[in-house]
Unconditional design. Structure first.
Length: 142
C-alpha cells in the first residue's frame, strides 16, 4: 500500500497506515490490530470517504480509536494528540472518584501526587480509591 511514503499528505498516510495494520498480516504491528480483531471499515475503503468523515489531520495529531476494542470506523475515530492517545490505551487504569472518571495519570497530575505514589496506594497498599486520592502527599523531611 505504500503507507509509509512521505510523498503523500499526512492525512493520507494515516488512512493508509490504519488500513494496513488492520488488513495486512505482513505489517509489523498487525498482531496488535488485525490480529486481535480490529477492523478497518469498508465505508472507508476509498480515501475520499475517509477524508469526508475525518477531515484533514491537524498538525501534531494522529488517528485514534475512541473505543479501543472497536475498529477504525465512522463515529469511533478522532484526530488526537500524543497525550490524548496515551490516555486512551488499553492498559490505562481508569479511576472513578467523586462522580468523575479519569486515568490514574490525570488524577495524579490534578491532585499534585506522583503517579507512582498513587499507583502504589491503590495497587500495592490496597487503599480505597477515596483514601488514595484524598490523602495528600507526604513531603520528605530534610
Amino acid at each position: 500500500m505504500g503507507c509509509s511514503s512521505s510523498a503523500h499528505p499526512p492525512t493520507y498516510r494515516s488512512w493508509a497506515a490504519a488500513k494496513e495494520r488492520c488488513r495486512n498480516p505482513n505489517c509489523p504491528t498487525w498482531d496488535k490490530y488485525g490480529g486481535r480483531g480490529i477492523t478497518f471499515s469498508n465505508a472507508w475503503n476509498d480515501y475520499t470517504s475517509f477524508l469526508a468523515d475525518m477531515g484533514e489531520r491537524p498538525a501534531g495529531s494522529s488517528i485514534d480509536r475512541i473505543d479501543n476494542n472497536r475498529g477504525y470506523e465512522p463515529g469511533n475515530c478522532r484526530w488526537a494528540t500524543r497525550q490524548q492517545q496515551n490516555s486512551n490505551r488499553r492498559n490505562c487504569r481508569i479511576i472513578r472518584w467523586r462522580g468523575r472518571e479519569q486515568t490514574l495519570t490525570a488524577w495524579a497530575k490534578e491532585l499534585g501526587l506522583l503517579e507512582d505514589t498513587l499507583r502504589s496506594r491503590i495497587l500495592f497498599l490496597k487503599w480505597s480509591v477515596d483514601r488514595a486520592l484524598s490523602t495528600p502527599a507526604r513531603h520528605k523531611r530534610r
